[in-house]
Design a protein around this ligand. Structure first.
Ligand code: FE2
Length: 205
């Protein structure tokens, strides 16, 4: 191949890669079942989000859990004004209510918004493992930033949970401060888990 042709092809490939990297993410990239739950969830979204939100109500069966969160910008600075959506299974391991069929969206879910130093908080209960045994207890988070769009944060698991695999723990250790297997501490007699996320430069959907 002539040198000039090869150079032109490489340039073209770089342009295409560049376009792909900056192409806006769309709903087409999202699992349809997840998207249906997400869209249904929007109907429950409060008009005004507060730094502290609730996922499970105070009456929900299960051990109370407090989530203390920090969201960082891609450059590591605190990310203020980020909307945080969180959901998880109940104490029986169901996501959509009785037999996982009762609700069109996650039964236990809530919203909060990060304050000026990137902090948010949720009160909830500790989720059980999937009732079919597919996954240990965990919490899902979606972040919405004006600047970096809508994106998924890694699922958060609990370090004191024997069902969390060695592979998951190793991967989390590798991520350091941003690891997603998080220690649970008892603060004022309530289980408390600290979570930390860093926004990506690009939206997921
Ligand atoms: Fe899940």
């Amino acid at each position: 191949m002539a040198k000039r042709t090869r150079r032109a092809l490489i340039t073209l490939a770089l342009i295409i890669l560049g376009l792909l990297a900056t192409a806006p993410a769309t709903f087409a990239d999202v699992d349809p079942a997840w998207l249906a739950s997400w869209q249904e969830a929007q109907k429950q979204r409060p008009k005004r989000l507060l730094t502290s939100g609730r996922i499970a109500s105070a009456e929900e069966p299960g051990s109370p859990l407090v989530i203390l969160g920090l969201v960082l910008n891609p450059d590591g600075s605190p990310a203020a004004g980020v909307a945080v959506h969180a959901y998880h299974r109940d104490s029986a391991g169901y996501e959509f209510g009785k037999d996982d069929k009762a609700s069109k969206t996650w039964r236990l879910q809530g919203w909060a918004e990060t304050d000026s130093v990137g902090v948010f908080r949720f009160e909830t209960i500790r989720p059980a493992a999937d009732h079919l045994g597919r996954e240990p207890g965990h919490i899902h988070f979606t972040l919405e930033s004006e600047k970096f769009g809508r994106q998924w944060a890694p699922k958060v698991f609990f370090a004191d949970d024997p069902q969390v695999s060695t592979a998951l723990r190793k991967k989390s250790d590798k991520a350091g401060d941003l690891g997603n297997v998080r220690a649970v501490k008892v603060v004022d007699e309530v289980q408390t888990v600290g979570v930390r996320f860093k926004l990506k430069r690009k939206a997921d959907f």
